[in-house]
Write a protein that binds this ligand. Structure first.
Ligand code: ZN
Length: 185
């Protein structure tokens, strides 16, 4: 089922997610619906906050792209991450490392906007999968960026909070009012 995507000042977007302790039928249905919604909207990721549910839960569907490549490693070995997509990550813990890259980013909750956002090139992730197993991996590039973007959502953060001071002035007034640059994510 296609779910309605929350936008702009919807309170769920500012709500820190609670942990998902059990994979039950409700969570299985949510995962299926969020994947369908993300794919229909042609997004690379979607967090539960974006369908109105404050949970530590997000889905990703990141393709390998020539211009914005990604990589994934499990136990130090490269893996074909595209074969794992769409990927559901639950209660994700993320450590960032590597250089900071500034690249253009969008968000399904802000359909008209894209902005240059600084993010670490790489992430180390530990999360629960839909099978209830623990998945640990490292990712670089666009995939690492998507993980950081979705992780922000699960903590009530938004990409507009990370826009540089100079770029913030160029955001439309109604969007600028919604950004919370002082809050650390
Ligand atoms: Zn987003």
């Amino acid at each position: 089922m296609i779910l309605e995507i929350t936008t702009f000042d919807h309170p769920a977007l500012r709500t820190t997610g609670t942990r998902v302790e059990k994979i039950d039928d409700r969570i299985r249905q949510l995962a299926a619906d969020m994947i369908e919604t993300m794919q229909e909207a042609e997004g690379l990721g979607l967090a539960a906050q974006q369908v109105g549910l404050p949970l530590q839960f997000f889905v990703l569907d990141v393709p390998q792209m020539k211009k914005r490549p990604s990589a994934m490693r499990v136990k130090g070995r490269p893996v074909d991450f595209e074969s794992l997509m769409p990927l559901v990550l639950i209660n994700a813990e993320v450590e960032t490392f590597g250089r900071i890259h500034i690249e253009s980013e969008g968000c399904l909750s802000f359909p008209e906007i894209s902005a240059d956002i600084p993010r670490s090139l790489s992430v180390r992730v530990k999360a629960m999968t839909m099978e209830g197993e623990t998945l640990e991996f490292e990712a670089d590039g666009l995939l690492a960026r998507a993980v950081q973007h979705e992780l922000d959502h699960t903590r009530g953060g938004l990409f507009i909070d990370r826009v540089s001071l100079a770029d913030r002035a160029e955001l439309p007034e109604d969007i600028r009012r919604l950004s919370r640059p002082a809050k650390s994510l």
